[in-house]
Design a protein around this ligand. Sequence first.
Ligand SMILES: [Zn+2]
Length: 346
Amino acid sequence: MDSSNTEFSISGIPVAAGETREIYLKVSESYLSGSVQIPVTVIRGRQPGPTAFVTAALHGDELNGADIVRRLIFDIDHEKLSGTLIAVPVVNIPGFLTQSRYLHYNRDLNRFFPGKKRGNNAERVAFRLFNEIVRKCDFGIDLHTAAFGRMNLPHVRGDMTHPQVRLLARAFGAAVLVHQPGVPGSLRREATEAGVPTILFEAGETGRFSKRVSLAGLRGVLNVLSEMKMWPEPGRKRPPFQVIVKASEWFRAEKGGILDLETAPGDLIYKGDLVGSILNPFGKTVTQLRAPVTGIVIGVTTAPLTIPGTGVVHIARLKKTLPLVERSLKNQKKKRLRKLRKKARK
Ligand SMILES: [Zn+2]
């Protein structure tokens, strides 16, 4: 979509080329009869170019994305931007206010897209966002954080069989790209199916900011905008390797007890490796946890307790790409050692 001379508006509020505007998009009403409004920053470049959305906190307790959007709004100057950027720091307002993943009635907003005008509350919120923002875009990035009690390696998810989604995912610059089109009703899946290729960035923990994650996310978004010719400077810093992972699975505890985990997001683990132990209250080992497959750890539990079925380690399986990952991790180690030796000599 050419943004130079066309009219552009959200919720009936026009934004001219070369203008940045803060808009409240009404999506619902509260128990106090007030409006529930999503804050939206529209940055419209003077130069023509694509229209993109960046959304965060669709799950109300996933705060990292809000920090990424804050940094993004601060960094993007409409004088240098080509096209239109729609930045939404918080989508799920009720969830954000109560620090919950969900909307009212425990509904997961990310299951109700593209929404319905006269549907249930979640469908109405989804409908407003989808029609006022998503459908007006050429592509999108949805920022998420691991669910409560879990921590993720920064990685990108999306339908990697879709050429444009794959292009966006590769451009973002994360090391691990997980082929996961998303469940029906999820924003990335429904947006992509509606002709707006969308990727999801998943990183960090709920309920807290991580500067490392925020900067990785900001860099990724700028990389994508630069790939799409919207932004002159990429966020830079290429990953040591980049793999598309087709299968990932949670390795689950079979026993109840206290968890002593010995692996972290980003670790390369081999089938049979010890990743942790489950102990009883006397400190005796109930069982040792050994990796069921070879792969890279993309998520771990942060809770120290398990019962049968508790997800402990999320492993992205590596097969053909294993040698590539091994090589680049080895090189990284060598580089780190060289740096340490240099420091020691000084
Ligand atoms: Zn989420």
